[in-house]
Design a protein around this ligand. Structure first.
Ligand code: BGC
Length: 381
């Protein structure tokens, strides 16, 4: 064989080898894409979850617990945050609807504004689960997953009552956002317990003349509650809470300082209100409530800077939400034990219990149960 011929044979052999190699690759890539199609069929996006904000540890807890719980379902889900903006919330819902979700789990920033999103979902044949906060004034809500929010308020009120002795104890009232139906439920529960103790002189309201004017009325109408909440709202915002507490303290006479009692609606606002009260030289001691068992507040409780929190085990709420979604995906209706009226409809629900945590049981309830790790906190030596 001439050199030229040998070169041609080697070149042909090389080309054959390359084409055999490429052929092998493309068939294996077909296999891969087939199997990933199967996976995506199995893990089809079925559930869309929209949470109110990443700025509060409470909703990060929910995100984490959703991610943990979703690992064990045959469906995939996407979680989007609205950052306290109803327009972003609506856009999030539209994005999820366009991706073909079958169930929407929505925790509304603004209960009334969210009705439009629920209606868009209903129109698309998507089941709507209101998560933690009730969507108001629409019949497009199928189910409500919640804790017993009136009980949350009762526990907060009861804690203050249990720690007060004698008469004339200054009581500072704070509430959540008017746009959140829960703010009304929490306040309703707290008022039920506090009102008789305000009426009998155990407490003296220090920062709301609207509440003073209604002090002899146990069952308040929604409008009456709105008038009080409007005066004492934190808007679920740390800075608003701090500014309001500062303004209240600046106005308060000395006889409404000393040893005081503070109804703070949740942990985030409790920490900023507590810090503000602590900084006032005329405040000798305070008892302050909270809710959510947020990690920073658990540290505050251990350090004696926040008196209590109401633990709402987010794992239960997430489990209830996912179970309800799976039930709908199965063509069935989730179990209900109670209804909540949203202004238009009695929405079926199965509220979960809550638990008071203070320095006496914090270890047992939150660490021994595995909810948090002991190493998440600094403990007294
Ligand atoms: C939730 C609370 C939360 C608050 C502020 C309420 O609707 O139930 O757990 O602290 O919103 O985000």
């Amino acid at each position: 064989m001439s050199n030229k011929r040998r070169l041609i044979v080697v070149a042909i052999a090389f080309l054959l080898l390359v084409s055999a190699f490429l052929g092998g690759c493309s068939s294996s890539s077909k296999q891969t894409s087939n199997s990933s199609e199967q996976t995506s069929e199995k893990k089809q996006l079925a559930v869309g979850i929209v949470l109110p904000t990443k700025d509060e540890p409470r909703w990060i807890q929910d995100e984490t617990r959703f991610q943990d719980a979703l690992k064990n379902t045959p469906y995939s889900a996407e979680i989007l945050f609205s950052q306290g903006d109803p327009a972003k919330e609506k856009a999030n819902v539209e994005t999820l609807l366009s991706k073909g979700i079958k169930v929407l789990i929505l925790c509304p920033h603004d209960a009334n504004a969210a009705a439009a999103s629920a209606e868009a979902a209903k129109k698309a044949g998507v089941k709507v689960i209101s998560y933690d906060r009730l969507i108001l004034n629409t019949d497009a809500v199928d189910y409500y997953v919640t804790f017993d929010s009136v009980q949350v308020g009762k526990e907060q009120g009861q804690y203050l009552v249990d720690h007060a002795t004698g008469k004339g104890n200054p009581l500072y009232l704070y509430a959540g956002a008017l746009s959140d139906n829960n703010s009304f439920l929490f306040f309703q529960g707290a008022w039920e317990v506090l009102q008789p103790k305000i009426a009998d002189g155990t407490f003296v309201i220090a920062n709301s003349d609207k509440a003073v004017a209604l002090k002899d009325k146990k069952d308040l109408t929604r409008d009456e509650m709105a008038s009080i909440i409007g005066q004492i709202t934190t808007n679920w915002d740390f800075n608003t809470a701090k500014n309001l507490a500062q303004a209240n303290l600046a106005k308060a006479p000395k006889n409404l300082k000393g040893n005081v009692f503070i109804l703070a609606p949740n942990d985030g606002t409790a920490r900023s209100i507590a810090d503000t009260f602590k900084a006032d030289p005329d405040i000798k001691s305070y008892v302050i409530t909270g809710q959510d068992a947020e990690k920073p507040s658990i540290q505050y409780i251990i350090d004696g800077k926040q008196s209590m929190t109401v633990f709402k085990d987010v794992r239960i709420l997430v489990k209830d939400a996912i179970n309800a979604a799976l039930t709908y995906l199965d063509g069935k209706t989730p179990e209900a034990t109670k209804t909540y009226n949203n202004g238009v409809k009695d929405v079926p629900s199965k509220p979960s219990p809550v638990q008071v945590v203070d320095k006496n049981n914090v270890k047992q309830v939150l660490i021994d149960s595995g909810y948090y790790q002991e190493s998440d906190f600094t403990w007294p030596k």
